[in-house]
Design a protein around this ligand. Sequence first.
Ligand SMILES: Nc1ncnc2c1ncn2[C@@H]1O[C@H](COP(=O)(O)OP(=O)(O)OP(=O)(O)O)[C@@H](O)[C@H]1O
Ligand SMILES: [Mg+2]
Length: 455
Amino acid sequence: MTKITNAMNQVLIIDDNQGIANALEVLFSLYDIQTLHADTPETGVEILQSEAVDLVIQDMNFSVDTTSGKEGETLFQQIHEKYPDLPVILLTAWGNLEMAVKLVKSGASDYLTKPWDDEKLITTVKNLIELSELRQQTSALISTSNHRAQSLSENFDLCGTLFNSQEMLQTLTMATQIAHSDIPVLITGPNGSGKEKIAEVIQANSSVNDKPFVKVNVGALPSELLEAELFGAEAGAFTGAQKKRTGRFEAANGGTLFLDEIGNLPLSGQIKLLRVLQTGEFERLGSSKTHKVNVRIVSATNANLLQAIKEGSFREDLYYRLNVIEIKVASLSSRDDDILPLAINFMPDNFTLSRHAEQRLLQHNWPGNVRELENVIRRASLLATDQHIRCENLGLPEPDLPPVKNSHQAEPDKTTLLEILTQNKFNISQTARQLSLSRQSLYRRMDKFSIPREK
Ligand SMILES: Nc1ncnc2c1ncn2[C@@H]1O[C@H](COP(=O)(O)OP(=O)(O)OP(=O)(O)O)[C@@H](O)[C@H]1O
Ligand SMILES: [Mg+2]
């Protein structure tokens, strides 16, 4: 439905009772909301086809002799199927409460019992219209960033990196932009967040993508083996070294060397590494012959190297050599837009996720980031009995902060929003998670209520 912003909002009332339609029309006119009236479900559906309607208020019974609410159900389903984003409020008698609740669960925005409270009705209608306008703006925004995301995937090899968040779009844009130069890159980010993936993207889009890409986990090597591993060793150079050993620097010559967990490199290794980075020169263990290589260095760490420098466990000069460019990979919990697309990607084909499971995935804090998500989904896929992953298959703990349900339509008002923000010390990710909103949606609501972003 296209709508000119700032045009008067229009509400369609579908009710066979002329008295109700009139009363609503008078009420809405006081708030500059136009009304259209249909006295049968059929006319209602016809009007929706020809008019720009922002919201529907519908009765549950139309024939004089029915009170089951079945007609209302059929009408709602017809509308909801065709216009899934159009807010629908059900007007119901006490007798149809159960049906109304059922329909709210399947997508109706709200229900009001007759006789309704004018003030509550107007507030609900205004909130719903505003929310649906926000949704439209968001989907417009998403489609621009989709466009950027699409051109990124068309022009670069993203090595299967999946993303939907603005944060990851930025990270990948940066990675692909700097890929072609040979400057050293330091990738930082928490455990399992995708640092190695970013390193692969850099290599795949570099001018040396047909040359070796050699990975060394410097953190996992005992320090006495590290030198031999990086620089190679002549036969007999140390106990146990029977054969000549080619070091990783030589193996990566002309290509890229990925030094993972660089924060764990002992100081002795740091000095040697610094020298190769400065001169490209090194000697194999047990030899005095100098070798020269040309290697692009990409390193990664989940440690805070600036802190390590302060503590004296990491050399500042090495840090600045490695970190000509820093690419930060955000934690999964701070880019919740990525959670469901990644989860779906990790599920076997034809598997589905229950809504409850989706919610739990969005609420979890993901200390192990993408790797943890991958493990959780793989395990859940094995436990699911019918290709449908349910909340209990995930084995995730109950969230510490239960989602706030102030009504069946969890749209927080200003006071609630401020309360929850304060509880969370204005931590946006945490608050958004508690409200089951994306961070962007939370920001929009804060802007709407003029709540400053910093406290
Ligand atoms: N955006 C993504 N799309 C698809 N798979 C991803 C993405 N990010 C991470 N993964 C997958 O999640 C797992 C962890 O990612 P990766 O090894 O790159 O993280 P890391 O930050 O290097 O972790 P660590 O800190 O443990 O070294 C891998 O199996 C990787 O393929
Ligand atoms: Mg890694």
